[in-house]
Design a protein around this ligand. Sequence first.
Ligand code: ADP
Length: 196
Amino acid sequence: MFNLILFGPPGSGKGTQSEKLIAKYGLKHLSTGDLLRSEIAQSTALGLAAKNFMDKGQLVPDEVVIGMISSALENNPQAKGFLFDGFPRTVAQAQALDKLLMLKKTDIAIVLALDVTEKELINRLLNRGKTSGRSDDNNEDVIRKRFAVYTNETSPVADYYKKTRKFKPIHGEGSLDEINAALRQAIDKAMADHKN
Ligand code: ADP
């Protein structure tokens, strides 16, 4: 299996680039944000509970998202690899993911981290909020809260992966095609080096 994490702050382009990468490499896309929004759309108990956190720009509790990822891994036994998008967002989630993958006798091959300045991110999110229908994207206070959460709780995840040399920063500004080419180059190299 070849598993990768697309990492980066809100609005860095993880969702957009994930769509292109799963098509190219035949990976299964696991976005915790998309999974949570699908639970909300179906008005499940999990979705209703998660919405309270999401609307405030806070993280949904670790055990909820870890449980969703665990089920998704179980439900896709044929996948040749997973692309994790928006997960892990805390060090506890990263540790849980390592354990889940170890049980499947696999691991994370590479963490691709999209680098984008905060000014550009705020512009992108406010623009997305005009059309996405996402209530967390059209309020600047909620966007700022998400950045604070990213700095405090999610950026330590980068340090976690830097220790294992799996962390690869990618310049996240420029055309979609340029960014995609940089991601593909890093993935091709990681695939050539990866052994399980
Ligand atoms: P963005 O990257 O723009 O913030 P996402 O769709 O990844 O968009 O996440 C939207 C919201 O969903 C987050 O602000 C958070 O409340 C919740 N969420 C998504 N993934 C996680 C996760 N791994 N852990 C906790 N909360 C999450």
